[in-house]
Design a protein around this ligand. Structure first.
Ligand SMILES: C[S@@+](CC[C@H](N)C(=O)[O-])C[C@H]1O[C@@H](n2cnc3c(N)ncnc32)[C@H](O)[C@@H]1O
Length: 198
């Protein structure tokens, strides 16, 4: 690896550890390894993106995704606040925006209603971590696919036997509509697919 790349990677690891430290006392539903993957993916992105997260909880995954995006971006995260108090989430996100220079927008909403409110083809990257049941994941595909930009990246958290409905819904979708993707894969429990576009 060249010296420039080595020093870049060292910066990524250093900044990631700083973020882990910053968020240490905030409850989350995602592993450090997955946060590293999301952060590193953002850090290796060098173009403007419109990023959406469905399922904010306390905001930890949103912070790691947004913090890695050094270039211009728009990041919106959405939650109905089933297990968390929306005021707590708002407070955490406002503080992270101020402390870390982020611009995460939190919207308290049903995920599908939020997605429906967006123009077609506008999402460049989406992290889906809301309701993991079979019917809901099917609805997510139905509502989200038309909103994805060509080359957009779709990610589902918790692709694991513990979320059998999600695994089944994704597997069935790919069996029928796999041609809509340029490629897909799995990183830890994050399933990802790159949209070909229409
Ligand atoms: C697994 S947690 C998200 C964890 C978060 N991404 C993290 O990494 O810390 C799932 C969240 O999705 C929210 N949720 C569940 N169903 C939803 C829906 N239909 N629309 C919006 N949010 C939903 C819940 O309120 C919960 O906060």
């Amino acid at each position: 690896m060249g010296a420039v790349m080595k020093s870049f990677q060292a910066d990524v690891v250093k900044e990631f550890n700083m973020l882990l430290d910053y968020t240490r006392d905030i409850d989350r539903m995602i592993s450090d390894d997955e946060l590293y993957w999301l952060y590193s993916l953002s850090r290796h992105t060098f173009k403007e993106l419109n990023v959406v997260e469905l399922g904010t909880y306390t905001g930890v995954s949103a912070i790691f995704i947004a913090a890695g995006l050094k270039e211009a971006y728009k990041m919106t995260t959405v939650d109905i606040c089933k297990y968390s108090k929306s005021n707590d989430t708002i407070e955490i996100i406002q503080k992270a925006n101020a402390d870390l220079g982020l611009k995460i927008e939190f919207i308290k909403s049903n995920d599908l209603a939020f997605v429906d409110s967006l123009p077609d083809y506008c999402i460049d990257r989406i992290f889906i971590d809301s309701d993991h049941n079979y019917e809901h994941i099917n609805q997510i595909f139905e509502h989200v696919m038309r909103k994805m930009s060509a080359g957009g990246l779709m990610m589902f958290h918790d692709y694991t036997p513990a979320e059998a409905g999600e695994v089944r819904a994704i597997t069935e979708f790919v069996e029928v509509y796999g041609d809509l993707f340029n490629g897909f894969g799995l990183n830890d429990t994050i399933w990802w697919g790159i949209i070909k576009g229409v």
